[in-house]
Write a new protein. Structure first.
Length: 132
């Protein structure tokens, strides 16, 4: 495994701070719009983050050959903090604990399927429009 430069570590930390802030802001607004009857905020950031991860992977790696520090900043730091698998797991467990098994299953299915489709769409669009 390659060693990470000190700049790379700072890039991850800075990206993580921005990603966590963006996640909170987006999910907060989504919950204001749709309510908290379902985990719409977490689902929305996970789907968007998955899509952007696919798109950015093509852009940073294939098109721009970005430095490891830029890739770490965006992909590991920002998108890693922006997406919220731990929050997804916690919210799903809350549904299970209160006996709302249909919501738990719906959250699991929608999260898995929509995030996989979103990362695929990001990769396809990135390869179609960002590479030559």
């Amino acid at each position: 495994m390659a060693t990470m430069s000190l700049l790379g570590w700072f890039a991850i930390a800075a990206g993580g701070a921005l990603g966590a802030t963006a996640r909170f802001a987006m999910s907060h607004h989504v919950y204001q719009w749709f309510g908290r009857d379902f985990a719409w905020g977490t689902l929305s950031v996970n789907v968007l983050g998955s899509f952007v991860m696919g798109l950015v992977a093509v852009l940073l790696v294939d098109k721009l050959d970005a430095s490891p520090e830029w890739r770490a900043f965006i992909m590991v730091g920002f998108l890693g903090a922006f997406t919220t698998f731990s929050t997804f797991s916690f919210e799903t467990m809350q549904y299970i604990q209160v006996g709302e098994f249909n919501k738990a299953l719906l959250n699991m299915a929608l999260s898995l399927i929509s995030c996989l489709v979103a990362v695929w769409a990001g990769l396809v669009l990135g390869r179609q429009f960002l590479t030559t």
